[in-house]
Every structure is written in structure tokens, then in C-alpha cells.
Design a binder for this molecule. Sequence first.
Ligand code: SOE
Length: 394
Amino acid sequence: MKKLNVGMIGGGFMGKAHALAYAGMPMFFWPAPAVPHRHTLVDVTDEIAKEAAAKLGFDNYASNWREVVENPEIDIIDIVTPNNSHAEIAIAAAKAGKHVICEKPLARDAAETKTMLDAVEAAGAKHMVAFNYRRTPAVALAKKYIEEGRIGNILNFRGTYLQDWSADPNSPLSWRFQKEIAGSGALGDIGTHVIDFARYLVGEITDVNAVSKTWIPERPVQSGGADKLGTVKSAGDVPKGKVDVDDEITTLVKFENGAVGSIEATRNAWGRNNFLTFEIHGDKGSIYFNYERRDELQVCFSDDPGDAKGFRTVYTGPAHPYGEGLWPIPALGIGYGETKIIEAYDFIKSIVENTEVSPNFKDGYKIAVISDAILESAEKGKWVKLEKDAVKVN
Ligand code: SOE
């Protein structure tokens, strides 16, 4: 069976998720289009890379990503590093003839993202941006219902991504709070997942009207590079550094097809963990999804009998998207790992079958353009219209 060698740049939280996906993918989707082989893991020092490679099942380790990108044995470069390094690595990987999968957001702003898109297109590489949540079977099922017209014309999309890991002012100033590294705050980190849902399920966004807040303007400087996502709290007199990104974004949106809606993102919502939701109303029904209950899709159809009208729960399983590869009984449990396994499967399949996969760098670029418009709207305090050409790609 064909094998594709993966060089993964980064061995942290996302590295773990992607390594698990490469290991698990053939177990779920057999025969696999090709077997992804964990070839080389790169991290900032040889020592860290060696340990991460051992933990995540890679044969080799390195601390110089450039050498790995140039290695003729490698087929795929997987980028799971902080946002400020994505562009440089992706462009070098494309030039070296590799296929590229990159964590979200693709880069710090639309201009930087465009350089990545141009590079992969010029090289003829396959490319994917890791907005994994659209691969939750319940989300793919929502898409199927919408495409089949089961809820009619869409009127409203209401999407949220709420977490609380940074609500405590003592959670440290990781790179996620620094514009130079992250580009933006809650918007790029988690709001972009909701934008991905909105575009996937409803269509292109044409106008935004946003407000943005930075609730905690400075945080204790983090010791060590690892991003602990707020699990480590600083105590005592640790020096503080400035937060120069958004903690919270709320925006109204208008869609090309006439639908309207809203998108909210914050990591300061006590009690919310991975509260990634959408409620979509059509003129023939409604759909509700909450990732914290990700085996379930809540649906209501207008032609349900009057005495049984209301939301009902569909538990995803073998009858639903990706069901043939996953677990044999609905509600056995879909997890973060499964969404990443499906993502890896679709990416590997696109390489082997020479097809285009979504979301790819074109989608990543469109999302970056929308994100920039959201920030501009929040700054100016008014609606920002997305020029049609601004989101048009080749
Ligand atoms: C932190 O907010 C984070 O790790 C995001 O960066 C991921 O995209 C999300 O899936 C989980 O939370």
C-alpha cells in the first residue's frame, strides 16, 4: 500500500492531535488511500524534538525545519506551530514540492495569508487548512440537510465559540495574546472556526459590523515557551506584559444569499469550555449544533405534525457522513481525535486522487479577509463591506 511520509513542524498540543490522526486514520478508513507515515518531527531544540518524536511516534527528529522541508523522502509538511511561522514554512515547503497542511488561522492577516496561497498554487501542491470542526459528523449532516433543502432557504445563522481558559487574569501571556505572533486574539484563534462554519453551511459573507474588547489588558509573562492554555496560573509578583489583541469579538454578518446572522468569539466566558455552536433557521426548519454535545444534531422541520413539532435529537452514527469508517452504533462517541482523523483522511485522499480538498488555502485566505474586515469594522465602529474581488481567488 502506498505510503506518504510526513514531516511535522511542532510537537505541542496540535502536534499531538495531528500525530494521533496519522496513526488512527488507516484504522478507521480502510483500505486507506495511502498510509501516512510519521517520518520526522521538528521542534525548537533537538532535546525537545527527540522527546516529542518518541511520544508522538515519529521515526526521526530535528530542530532545523528547513532541512526537513528539503528532505526528498518527505511528501507532506504539517505545520502546527504558532501563527507567525506558518507563512515562511508553508512557502518553503511548497517550493520544495511538498503538500502542505497547516493549522488555523493560516497566518496573521490576509496579506500574509495570500503569500501562502500564491506559493501552494504556483507549486501545484495540495493544501489544507485545519478547520477540523466542520468534519464533526453532526456538522457534515447539517450541511447535507441544508443542501437537500430540508430546512428551506436560510434566513439566519447564529454562531458562537465560547471558552473560559483565559478568563482568569492570572493565566499567562502566551503567544496567543501577542499580535506580533498571533495576528489577532479570540477572533483568529477560535472565531475563525465559526466563520468556517458560516461559509461552509450558509455561503459567502458580504458585510460585517463588529465590536471588539480586550478585557484583560496585561497578563503575567509566561515562563517557558509551551502554551498551557491557561492551566498554569501565575501567583505573586510575576512581571506583566501587554495584551494587544482582542479578547472578545461580536459581529453581525450579512451573506451573499440574503441570510443574516451573528458570530461571537471569546475565551473569557466562565463556564464555557468548547462551546462552539450554531443555530440556523430556514423557512422550512431549524438546526442547532453544540460541539460540547457533538454526537447530536438538533433538528426541527416545519412539516412535522403539529402535535410533535419541536426540536428533536439525531445522534450521528453509521447512517451519517463518515459513518462507514467510524463507530458502528450512534452515540458511541465522536471526539476531537476523530475530527482530526477525518481531516487527515480527506487530505491524504486528495493527494492520492489528485482532487481539491476543502477547507484549503483559498478558504483560509477568504477567512483571513473576513477577519481583517471584522477588525476594521470594530475599529471604525461601522459596517464594512467586503469587496467582491477581495474574497475572489483564482
Ligand atoms: C485554544 O483556544 C484552542 O486550542 C484553539 O486554538 C483551537 O483551534 C480549538 O480547537 C481549541 O482551543
